[in-house]
Ligand binder design. Structure first.
Ligand code: PAF
Length: 255
C-alpha cells in the first residue's frame, strides 16, 4: 500500500518509530513527477534491490533557469500516484517548497568544474539547484541506494561525485536510458512535443549515434529543424542538447 508523506517530520517519525527500518535496505528515486517508463524502470530496479522503496515528487524551482520552463513542466500527480501504487512502492515523499527551502535558497551546493560544461554552459545555475535539492533529499530520506537515469548522464556524474566529496552514505546507481521504439529517450518533457515534432524528435538520438563528426551531427540536426545547444564528445561518450520548438531535449550515447 503506497503511503504519502508530505513533511520531513512525518518521514523522520516513521524512521524513528520502532522497528523503523532496522535491518532493512532503503532505495530512493528522486523525481519531478510526470512519471514515464524511464522512471518506472528505476522503480522496478529499486524494488528488486531493496526492502523499502521511496519515490519523491518535487518540481524543484531552483534548477529551472527559465520561469516559462518551470510553469510548463508537466504535472500529473494523480497518474503518478496510480503508477507507484500499482508497482508496489511503499512511500511517496511529496515535500513542500516552504519546508525544503526554509532558508530561501541561501545555502547551496556548487560544483565548480564539470557543472559549468555541457548543460551547465547553457543553463546557468541549473546544477547548483539539482545538487542542492538532491543533497537535501538524501539527508532527509537517508537511503542506502539512490537511482538515476543515464539520460541525464552529467547529472548522474555530478551527484555521484558530490556524495563522494561530502561523505554521504548513499550508493548512487546509474540506470540505462529507456527509449521509445523510435529511439527517443523517455522524458517528462516529451509530452510537451506535438505529434509532428515527436516524429522529428526521434532524429535526435539517430543522428547522435552516427559515426560522423560533432559538426556534422549539428548540421544534420539543424536541417531537421533543431536549434542545437551543444554536441560534444567527452570520455568516449557523445552528449547533445537541442531545442525542438520550445522543448529542450538532451541525450547521450556511448561511442
Ligand atoms: O532528474 C530529475 O528529475 C531532477 O533533476 C531531480 C534529480 C529529481 C532533482 O530535482
Amino acid at each position: 500500500m503506497l503511503k504519502t508523506i508530505s513533511s520531513v517530520s512525518e518521514w523522520r517519525k516513521i524512521m524513528r518509530t520502532p522497528p523503523g527500518f532496522t535491518g532493512k535496505t532503503v532505495g530512493f528515486i528522486p523525481t519531478m513527477g510526470a512519471l514515464h517508463k524511464g522512471h518506472m524502470s528505476l522503480v522496478s530496479r529499486c524494488m528488486k534491490e531493496n526492502d523499502i522503496s521511496v519515490v519523491s515528487v518535487f518540481i524543484n524551482p531552483t534548477q529551472f533557469n527559465n520561469s516559462d520552463d518551470f510553469s510548463a513542466y508537466p504535472k500529473t500527480l494523480r497518474k503518478d500516484r496510480g503508477l507507484l501504487q500499482k508497482a508496489g512502492v511503499q512511500y511517496l515523499f511529496l515535500p513542500a517548497y516552504e519546508e525544503l527551502y526554509s532558508d530561501d535558497y541561501l545555502y547551496k551546493i556548487i560544483e565548480t568544474d564539470f557543472s559549468k560544461k555541457l548543460c551547465g554552459t547553457h543553463r546557468p545555475g541549473h546544477f547548483d539547484g539539482v545538487l542542492t535539492i538532491v543533497m537535501k533529499l538524501l539527508n532527509i530520506i537517508k537511503p542506502g541506494r539512490a537511482y538515476f537515469g543515464e539520460k541525464d548522464y552529467q547529472q548522474y556524474v555530478l551527484i555521484k561525485n558530490m556524495t563522494k566529496a561530502m561523505f554521504i552514505n548513499t550508493e548512487i546507481i546509474p540506470c540505462d536510458t529507456v527509449r521509445e521504439n523510435s529511439g527517443l529517450a523517455y522524458s517528462s518533457r516529451n509530452s510537451l512535443l506535438g505529434s509532428d515534432n515527436k516524429k522529428i524528435a526521434a532524429e535526435f538520438h539517430r543522428t547522435l549515434r552516427q559515426n560522423i563528426s560533432t559538426k556534422e551531427v549539428k548540421r544534420k540536426l539543424e536541417n531537421f529543424g533543431f536549434k542545437v545547444d551543444y554536441i560534444k564528445d567527452i570520455n568516449k561518450r557523445r552528449f547533445g542538447a537541442a531545442y525542438l520548438g520550445k522543448v529542450r531535449l538532451i541525450d547521450n550515447v556511448k561511442q
